[in-house]
Write a protein that binds this ligand. Structure first.
Ligand code: ZN
Length: 384
């Protein structure tokens, strides 16, 4: 009989019960979070199964007892629980090494608030399962090792860990790319990993650019064994006052670049949007006309449209137009302080845009890596 645990970095599988014919798990969600329809900022579930090779295992993930009628939907535009359960059956990934993940296309179904998964254990009898494509600490370590020659010291997280950061090129035109301020929002981690691989190819001409890449800011939370304190400190609301060590470190590094004659051309911040079954959750944020000066607005919109046209990322219409009220985000910091092409890129948690088909396809690790290659080529060829 197979068993399951969540006790490994990133595992968040709790309240497990083993039966002869199935394993059941109820993720831990605080009563306060349930009352507001939130999920502790926790938009994933992860467990490790082990048993005999070839063994068939039936897993049931229960949502905790929850009354959707009692939630004030107007108070929370995203309604996280609904969004999690609504797409969960389409984003169950399996893997054996915490690095490579394959989406389960069959054997997964939703029944009310529960998700049922039927899998056979592979050779070795060990299988990681995850709702939401994972980017694990092991993957980050591998990335750091692969690009160790390009690593520079940016500063520390709140937990005292070095924030992994990498520099490519020596030019004075700076392209700043960062991801994973929010720990479960990992789309950008894979995109930036493959972008970095493109930048170091011998045939790549970095011209007069310097690329600064921060593939994962939330290192503390990544190693926090399933504790997601996002709702306590949202570092993407700290880019005005800079209380957190992470925002302090990044903003002071960028300030020193500007003081040393660098132009901040691009400042991209990658996230995953709060999807629902009828909405990919993906977009690029952009200002409404009239909220910033016109010349800057026109340049920005042209750039954003060019990005959308060049990548297998999102439907080209998916621009999230907003005014200046978006509070204290990195996007606003980059726009107002440096007049950079500074936007939030929200990746969908469950699909990507296929430009050839003109349609969405299911999200995959390889799909995200492909976007990284396309984005590198785009940035190196765009007429800034
Ligand atoms: Zn986010």
């Amino acid at each position: 009989m197979a068993v399951m645990t969540g006790k490994f970095p990133g595992g968040c599988c709790t309240n497990i019960q083993h039966y002869s014919d199935r394993i059941e798990c109820t993720p831990e969600v605080s009563p306060q979070a349930l009352k507001t329809g939130m999920t502790n900022g926790h938009h994933e579930w992860r467990g490790l199964l082990w048993g005999e090779e070839g063994e068939q295992v039936h897993i049931v993930i229960h949502w905790p007892p929850f009354d959707p009628e009692k939630v004030d939907r107007t108070a929370n535009e995203y309604w996280f629980v609904e969004s999690f359960v609504g797409v969960a059956a389409d984003i169950v990934f399996a893997g054996t090494d915490e690095l490579t993940w394959t989406r389960l296309e069959t054997g997964v179904r939703r029944d009310g608030w529960d998700i049922h998964i039927d899998v056979a254990l592979p050779a070795g009898g060990k299988l990681y399962l995850s709702v939401n494509l994972p980017f694990t600490l092991k993957a980050l370590e591998k990335l750091c090792e692969e690009f160790r020659d390009y690593r520079f010291s940016l500063g520390k997280t709140a937990g005292g860990l070095d924030i992994p950061a990498f520099r490519f090129g020596t030019g004075k035109r700076a392209i700043w790319l960062q991801a994973n301020q929010h720990v479960t929002e990992i789309g950008g981690c894979y995109v930036l990993w493959s972008l970095m691989r493109e930048l170091v190819k011998p045939e790549t001409d970095l011209k007069d650019f310097s690329f600064f890449v921060v593939p994962s800011i939330s290192v503390d939370k990544m190693i926090g064994d399933g504790h997601y304190p996002e709702l306590k400190v949202d570092i993407n609301r700290d880019w005005l006052e800079f209380h957190q060590p992470e925002t302090k470190a990044i903003s002071s590094y960028i300030r020193s670049l500007a003081e040393n004659g660098y132009t901040m051309l691009v400042m991209t911040d990658m996230h995953n949007g709060w999807c629902r079954p009828e909405d990919s959750g993906g977009n690029i944020t952009e200002y409404n006309h009239g909220f910033i000066d016109n010349e800057y607005w026109e340049r920005r919109v042209k750039y954003t449209r060019a990005v959308l046209a060049a990548l297998d990322y999102e439907n080209p219409e998916k621009i999230w137009w907003h005014d200046r009220s978006v509070p204290r985000t990195f996007e606003r910091y980059g726009s107002e302080t440096y007049k950079a092409y500074s936007s939030t890129y929200e990746f969908s948690r469950f699909q990507l845009w296929d430009r050839e088909k003109g349609a969405y396809v299911p999200i995959s690790q390889e799909g995200l890596m492909k976007i990284g290659r396309q984005y590198a080529k785009f940035l190196l060829s765009y007429d800034f």
